[in-house]
Write a protein that binds this ligand. Structure first.
Ligand code: FES
Ligand SMILES: [Fe+2]
Length: 443
């Protein structure tokens, strides 16, 4: 069993740190300038602003950003604030419109943010349309099907911020995947506790025992990048040998094999050969199934990758699917956050001879039917997950059910600091970058 760590930056110096970064309001306030106003943030999907007038609203803490496409086809982002008396301009989370009209006194702004209409304009001593009352612009850019915004004044280019991660993930082309589910759960924990949870596999054997049948978490490869980004690459299509090698393929392996027209029975006594068979068969059926497997390495064809973009975007993906997991800070309470899960699936293109979906090792999203229209966002509480009324998949439900307990435990007088091991090196790396930014903003 080996863990491989490839570091392209930074030393691990954060085996232990105090708990107040998860709890204190002063820290949450300081994070505004150190993190939220100084990083590119994944705001949403390009597919939600495909046409002029399409828009969506991205909330992060107290801020809201309105993202739209103007009449010239240019992507635009603005603080979601009317420039008359500061009302939130748009209340819907997404839609399509010809202009933005404030519900308070009906000031109207065009898609490129210019103030166009003002009722009873003769009552103003100065014409607001020539008094610099247009919407306040936010920097916006696009990478791999995703819209990123930067709330600061002079950000580095998005590709510089992403560094080598941008090229490593380019083959996956998330923009060619279709959104099949859009969920947000309210969690009673700090947003960083969610990032921590999705930065280590140490807990998987214990909290997610079902995973031993899916992937081999003990032969993972970890990558640490400058800027606090991290990645883990986990062999899929195999079993965790720590738990013994079964005679027959597991149910997850079997469903993957069947989706590739391979017979699980042929792998009796050869379970460890399934991974390579999946890689080869994907190459063999690529053209018929209309899947762009030629651009992936053999490992990528079978494995599950999870890359975390600092600060709060977690991408878990295979060539066939991607989960975008994103904890967003609560507006006023460091003990809460909103946690989004966007499920994307690459469907075979319609000209392919066989439209049969190919299943990956970690998600059953691939079995989803192609939706006729964009699914609505489902927003719910973690209590609804615990009650079994909502699910974000068994695995994430287990994380969601646990996280409020972590926050409560941290608040106890009986706990002062976290204490991390090598399997938690991505947690360490994330916090090293967080510290670097907080120290910088102190000066
Ligand atoms: S606050 Fe928007 S029109 Fe008055
Ligand atoms: Fe987990």
């Amino acid at each position: 069993m080996t863990l491989t760590i490839i570091e392209t930056s930074a030393q691990r110096t954060h085996q232990s740190f105090e708990k107040d970064r998860y709890l204190s309001q002063a820290t949450a306030d300081a994070e505004l300038d150190a993190v939220w106003n100084d990083c590119w943030l994944m705001a949403g999907l390009v597919q939600d602003v495909q046409h002029p007038g399409d828009f969506f609203v991205f909330s992060v803490g107290l801020e809201q950003v309105l993202i739209t496409r103007d009449d010239q086809g240019e992507l635009r982002a603005f603080f979601n604030v009317c420039q008359h008396r500061g009302n939130r301009l748009v209340c819907e989370t997404q839609g399509s419109t010809q202009h933005f009209r404030c519900p308070y006194h009906a000031w109207t702004f065009s898609l490129d943010g210019q103030l166009k209409g003002v009722p009873l304009i003769e009552k103003f001593t100065e014409d607001p349309r020539t008094a610099n009352r247009d919407l306040t612009q936010v920097k916006v850019d696009v990478w791999n099907g995703m819209v990123f915004v930067h709330l600061g004044d002079s950000p580095e280019p998005l590709l510089d911020f992403l560094g080598p991660v941008a090229d490593l993930l380019a083959p996956y082309d998330f923009g060619a995947m279709t959104l099949v589910e859009d969920q947000t759960v309210h969690l009673a924990c700090n947003w960083k506790a969610v990032v921590d949870n999705f930065s280590e596999l140490y807990h998987v054997d214990f909290l997610h025992p079902q995973h031993k049948r899916m992937v081999d978490c003990h032969n993972d490869l970890v990558r640490l990048f400058a800027g606090g980004h991290t990645g883990v690459e986990v062999p899929g299509g195999t079993v965790n040998q720590k738990f013994g090698i079964p005679e027959l393929p597991t149910d997850i392996q079997s469903s993957q094999l069947l989706s590739l027209d391979l017979d699980p029975k042929d792998f009796k006594g050869r379970v460890l050969e399934v991974r390579e068979a999946i890689q080869q068969q994907k190459r063999a059926v690529a053209k018929d199934r209309g899947m762009p497997y030629e651009r992936f390495t053999d490992d990528q064809l079978s494995d599950v990758w999870q890359y975390n973009l600092f600060p709060n975007t977690i991408l878990s993906f295979t060539p066939e699917h991607c989960w975008v997991l994103r904890p967003r800070p609560h507006a006023t309470d460091p003990n809460q956050c909103e946690f989004d899960k966007l499920s994307l699936v690459r469907f075979p293109n319609q000209t392919a001879a066989a439209h049969k979906p190919i299943l990956g090792p970690a998600s059953r999203d691939g079995a989803a039917a192609q939706p006729k229209s964009r699914p609505d966002r489902d927003v719910f509480s973690y209590e609804a997950v615990i009650a079994g009324d909502k699910t974000m998949t068994d695995t994430i439900d287990q994380d969601v059910e646990l996280l409020s307990q972590v926050q409560l435990g941290m608040r106890s007088r009986g706990f002062n600091s976290v204490f991390l091991n090598e399997d938690e090196v991505r947690v360490q790396h994330f916090h090293a970058e967080w510290d670097r930014r907080m120290l910088k903003s102190d000066r």
